[in-house]
Design a protein around this ligand. Structure first.
Ligand code: GUN
Length: 455
C-alpha cells in the first residue's frame, strides 16, 4: 500500500524503546504519555519548553533524533513533517539524520520570540531569521536523490502566532515571499484559550486572518489542528489553498476538542478546482491530512491517528443534529429538483458530503496518504501508485506470524472475493495494525525500514 504521511510531528519526545531497539535512549524520552491532564498553554510551559530547551546541546539532539527518525520510519511513515526546536545546529542534525536514513521529509526549526520562558526564546528577530535562512540553505544543499529530486525539504516554522512578535511574523512573511517554493508550517486554533489569547494579543477577529495578513497563508502552508476554526476561516484557508493537519490523538489527549474534518473537507470541495477525468466531473476534496503531533499525541504511528480520526468523526456524527444519516455520502450529487428518492436522500445530507458523517475507511486511507500528499504539495510525487509517482510504499502483513496479538485469529482466506478480502485486510491493518505488521518501508524504491529491513 502507499506509504503513510505524517503532516505534523513535533520534535523530541517519543516512547520508551522496545527491548530490541536502542534501549539506551529510554531515559531521553520523558514526555510521551505525560501531561494529558493539562491543556495546551500550561502543557507547553510545564513539559514541552523545558524538554525542548535541552536541544541546545547538539550531541544530545543527535542521539534523540536518531531514535525519533528510526521509530517514525518503523511505524510506516514514508513522509514526515518535522518541527525542530529553536536551535539551528540541532535541527541541522535532524535534517542530516533524515537525509541519511532516506526518509522523505520536511524539516524546520521553530521561530519563537514572544510569550516564551527566558531559558527558551530567540533573542532577536534578525537572529531568528538568519538561523532560519541558514537551515533552509543547508537543507537545499543536500545532494538530490537517484531520481534527481530532493527528499528532504526545508519548511519555515513559526511555532504559532502568539509565540512570534508581529515584527517576527512580518519578517517571516517577507522571507516566505522571497522563497515561494519553501513550505510553511505552524499551528492554528487548537485550543480555546489559545484562540482567545491570540485574537487579543493581535487585536484581530480571525486567527487564520493573522497568518494571512503576514503572507503566511498560501498553497504550501501546513496548518496543524484547526479544532476551533470558524467556517469563514475554513473558506479563507481553502481559498489560499493551504492544507490542514488533523491531529486527533493530540486533540483528545490535550483536551483541545475535535476538529470538524468533514466540514473542512466540504469547504475544500466548495472552493477547490474541479477537474475532468474520464468524462466525469470529480470534485477535489479539501486538503486535509493526518498528524501524530508527538508529544501532544502519545503515539508516533499514523495508524493510531487513523483510529482516532475515526473515533472523533463518529463522536461528532453522533452529536450532530442530523442523525438521519451517519453514513458517508458516496454517491454523485443528484439533481435535487427531480423529486427522486435519491434526491430526497441527498437533501437529508444537508451539511454536505462529509460534515457530520463518520469517516469511512476510504476517506481515512485518503487522509493518511493522498490527503497528506496534497497538504505537503507533493500530490504529483506521492500518496498513491498512480503512474509517474515515486514508489513510496509499505509491504504489510496482517497474518498471525506478525506477532501482533490482534491478528492471531484472523482467517480471511475464506473471503468470497479478492476485493472484499483486500478491503477487510486493509481495514484490519488500519485498525489493529502496528509496527509488527509493517514488513518493508520503501521510499522512492529503496527499503529504509520495517521488520524485514537490515541496515
Ligand atoms: N502549539 C504551539 N506549540 C505547540 C506544540 O508544541 N504542540 C502542540 N500540540 N501545539 C502547539
Amino acid at each position: 500500500m502507499p506509504g503513510l504521511i505524517d503532516t505534523h510531528i513535533v520534535r523530541s519526545t517519543l516512547l520508551a524503546p522496545t527491548s530490541t531497539h536502542r534501549p539506551q535512549h529510554a531515559c531521553q524520552f520523558p514526555n510521551l504519555g505525560v501531561g494529558g491532564d493539562l491543556q495546551l498553554l500550561d502543557w507547553l510551559t510545564t513539559y514541552t519548553f523545558p524538554a525542548e530547551s535541552k536541544f541546545k546541546d547538539s550531541d544530545y539532539a543527535e542521539r534523540v533524533y536518531t531514535d525519533v527518525v528510526e521509530r517514525v520510519i518503523a511505524s510506516g511513515t514514508t513522509t514526515c513533517c518535522y518541527y525542530g526546536s529553536i536551535h539551528r545546529d540541532a535541527t541541522m542534525r535532524l535534517a542530516d539524520i533524515v537525509h541519511k536514513k532516506g526518509q522523505r521529509a520536511f524539516v524546520g526549526k521553530c521561530n519563537m520570540n514572544w510569550h516564551c520562558p527566558d531559558y527558551y526564546v530567540e533573542k532577536s528577530v534578525p537572529e531568528s531569521i538568519s538561523a532560519t535562512v541558514d537551515l533552509i540553505r543547508y537543507i537545499q544543499s543536500f545532494p538530490l536523490s537517484p531520481a534527481q529530486e530532493p527528499l528532504v525539504h526545508p519548511v519555515i516554522t513559526p511555532r504559532f502566532a502568539i509565540s512570534c512578535t508581529p515584527d517576527l511574523l512580518a519578517e517571516l512573511g517577507d522571507l516566505a515571499e522571497s522563497m515561494p517554493q519553501v513550505a510553511i508550517q505552524t499551528h492554528i486554533s487548537e485550543n480555546q484559550k489559545e484562540v482567545d489569547d491570540t485574537l487579543r494579543f493581535f487585536n484581530a477577529d480571525s486567527y487564520a486572518g493573522i497568518y494571512d495578513k503576514f503572507k503566511l497563508l498560501r498553497h504550501n502552508t501546513i496548518l496543524a489542528h484547526g479544532v476551533w476554526l470558524t467556517e469563514k476561516e475554513m473558506d479563507l484557508i481553502a481559498e489560499r489553498g493551504a492544507g490542514l493537519s488533523h491531529c486527533p490523538t493530540s486533540n483528545f489527549y490535550l483536551n483541545s476538542g475535535m476538529a470538524r474534518v468533514g466540514l473542512l473537507l466540504d469547504h475544500g470541495v466548495k472552493v477547490w478546482h474541479v477537474r475532468v477525468s474520464h468524462f466525469q466531473v470529480v470534485h477535489r476534496p479539501g486538503q486535509v491530512g493526518l498528524g501524530s503531533d508527538v508529544s501532544g499525541g502519545y503515539n508516533p504511528s499514523i495508524l493510531h491517528a487513523i483510529q482516532m480520526a475515526s473515533v472523533a468523526s463518529k463522536v461528532l456524527a453522533n452529536q450532530s443534529e442530523s442523525k438521519k444519516c451517519n453514513c458517508e455520502h458516496e454517491h454523485e450529487h443528484p439533481d435535487t429538483s427531480s423529486g427522486s428518492a435519491e434526491a430526497e436522500q441527498h437533501l437529508k445530507h444537508k451539511e454536505g458530503r462529509f460534515a457530520n458523517k463518520k469517516l469511512g475507511v476510504a476517506t481515512l486511507l485518503y487522509l493518511a496518504t493522498k490527503g497528506g500528499a496534497e497538504v505537503c504539495c507533493l500530490q504529483d510525487r506521492i500518496g498513491s501508485f498512480e503512474p509517474g509517482k515515486a514508489f513510496d510504499a509499505l509491504l504489510v502483513s496482517v497474518r498471525s506470524e506478525s506477532g501482533n496479538p490482534a491478528m492471531w485469529s484472523f482467517d480471511l482466506e475464506r473471503e468470497p472475493s479478492p476485493e472484499s478480502k483486500l478491503q477487510q485486510w486493509l481495514e484490519r491493518f488500519l485498525f489493529c495494525g502496528d509496527n509488527r505488521n509493517v514488513n518493508k518501508v520503501i521510499v522512492q524504491g529503496t527499503v529504509i525500514g520495517g521488520q524485514e529491513y537490515q541496515a
